[in-house]
Design a binder for this molecule. Sequence first.
Ligand SMILES: *[C@@H]1O[C@H](CO)[C@@H](O)[C@H](O)[C@H]1NC(C)=O
Ligand SMILES: *[C@@H]1O[C@H](CO)[C@@H](O)[C@H](O)[C@H]1NC(C)=O
Ligand SMILES: *[C@@H]1O[C@H](CO)[C@@H](O)[C@H](O)[C@H]1NC(C)=O
Length: 251
Amino acid sequence: MCDSKYVLVFTLVSAASFVSVYSAKFAPDFIHPCNNTEPACLIKATQDAIPQFSKGLPHLGVPPLDPFVIDELPIQLPGIKVTFYDGKATGLRKCQVLNVEAYLEKNIFNLDVRCNITIKGKYTAVGRLLLFPINGEGDSKIKILNSIIKLNINTKYFKDADGRDHFGIKNYKYTFDYGERIIYTINNLFKGNPELSNTVLQFLNENWRIVTEEFGQPVVDYAINVTVSTAKKFFDAVPYDELLYVPIPKY
Ligand SMILES: *[C@@H]1O[C@H](CO)[C@@H](O)[C@H](O)[C@H]1NC(C)=O
Ligand SMILES: *[C@@H]1O[C@H](CO)[C@@H](O)[C@H](O)[C@H]1NC(C)=O
Ligand SMILES: *[C@@H]1O[C@H](CO)[C@@H](O)[C@H](O)[C@H]1NC(C)=O
């Protein structure tokens, strides 16, 4: 009797301490902090985190990246104005992490991933694309196969209101290799003329590389910007010492 009471109290006390430790922790369980900055560990930790991270972490103010919503993205190119709206991009949760490097003292963080991304939504396009006069409005889908994104981030460190250290993102640049293939599915490029629409769509797909160089850049800029600002929100919410078990450099 006495023993079991003791066990109960003990259980309650340890449960309480577990809860308090748990609630002081911001990092979700899918974050497996590395004990060093060896690429092998960073690659694995990043790969482990991507699927859950992409779903969004509403309690930390981190919106989902897969799918991510593109409300409206106007793209002004020489000769043609394309507006992409009610869009959704999917596929980021399956990105394959190729490399991760962190140079803490130098404030450098590099991430290379390979991704299949599908962007679906409505569009309007008015003007000229390559040789063709375009006046279209309809549905579009862009499928990007095995693109390689290399992101170079300049990091910084800062303290939050409670004095805890955080990673910050000062600025970034990236390169994007369109990968092996991009497939466009766009209907109604010429209002009311399905034959011409199909012919031009076929032409766009046969010349996907040139077409993408013309109008892919703003879409990719937008996507990377969303990704980086999402990462920023995560770093604002989760302190440095829950992400990496390596002493923070002096700053
Ligand atoms: C870091 O070290 C701890 C303690 O030795 C170990 O339990 C943990 O698995 C290590 N983390 C990684 C990602 O290797
Ligand atoms: C992308 O899709 C292709 C074809 O379905 C597949 O072979 C490839 O492994 C995928 N790549 C990634 C990074 O998921
Ligand atoms: C990136 O997004 C921020 C806000 O989320 C915006 O202020 C900025 O202009 C965007 N930059 C680019 C290059 O789109």
